[in-house]
Ligand binder design. Structure first.
Ligand code: PTJ
Length: 244
């Protein structure tokens, strides 16, 4: 692993960078993923590198959505696989969701490496390799999904999603949960639940909320979902960024 002293003021950020670099070396993360990470870090810095209260509310609402869903799916790309593979497996276990590899720059080699990587981190079934479904309104490669995965899901978690695909999934009527550090990104704007937080913090936080809510009845979950206001969450994040 990296030789970074834990006392370093930017320990977490350096560790995260190392994971992304390693992801590229392993053929899991795309080179564009490095750029995406840099963009995310800038927003994280402006947010104070912490989970702000509105993002915690969003993580709880997202957990309630996953627990209430008929067919929830967690989408994993090259950045997510490098940064939080075990954490995604834990979230899937806590919510009963499926995991599907879904890439912006799709190559068979990267699909398979990511699926293997997830299995090494405890995933039992990894979807995405059948590629027998389509998201309407996108070009062939970017539209490809599994028919029995994202294709028929009612609730989808799309962390770090590209804006076009986020909009196309919302257009299909799916309830979209997005993790994105940029509250002004089109993905965050098209989400039913935008979680403006670092993936590294947001995924374990969602799992903790899901575990805490596991025994609740359907109407309690429904109230949590109804009380969540996406526009207010985006405004709160933007205010936090501007006020620093
Ligand atoms: O592996 P692939 O081929 O599916 O490609 C994945 C990336 C992320 C490279 C691809 O989807 C892409 O290019 O995404 P964008 O358009 O750069 O958008 C990524 C968004 O995620 C940006 O709004 C970033 O601010 C945000 N982001 C980056 N790192 C993090 C993040 N949000 C939360 N946590 C992060 N660690």
């Amino acid at each position: 692993g990296p030789d970074i002293p834990e006392s370093h003021p930017r320990y977490e950020s350096l560790l995260t960078r190392h994971r992304i670099e390693e992801g590229v070396d392993l053929g899991i993360t795309s080179r564009q993923g490095l750029i995406a990470q840099g963009r995310g870090e800038a927003f994280d810095y402006l947010l104070g590198e912490e989970t702000i209260p509105s993002a915690d509310d969003a993580a709880r609402a997202a957990a309630a959505h996953l627990l209430s869903a008929d067919q929830p799916v967690l989408s994993v790309n090259g950045n997510v696989a490098a940064l939080a593979p075990g954490e995604m497996v834990a979230l899937a276990a806590a919510t009963g969701a499926d995991i599907e590899v879904n890439l912006f720059n799709r190559t068979e080699a990267r699909m398979e490496r990511i699926a293997d990587h997830l299995r090494e981190h405890g995933a039992e079934e990894v979807k995405g390799l059948n590629a027998d479904g389509r998201i309407p309104g996108l070009d062939h490669e970017r539209a490809t999904v599994d028919a029995d995965g994202i294709g028929s899901a009612d609730v989808v978690l799309v962390p770090l999603e590209d804006g076009d695909r986020a909009a196309a999934l919302a257009e299909m009527g799916k309830t979209e949960l997005v993790i994105d550090l940029n509250p002004m990104s089109r993905s965050a704007q098209s989400a039913a639940v935008p979680i403006v937080d670092n993936l590294i913090r947001a995924v374990p936080n969602m799992t903790a909320h899901a575990e805490a809510l596991a025994g609740e009845d359907a109407s309690t979950l429904e109230n949590i979902i109804d009380d969540f206001d996406a526009d207010a969450a985006l405004s709160a994040a933007e205010e936090r960024i501007r006020d620093i």
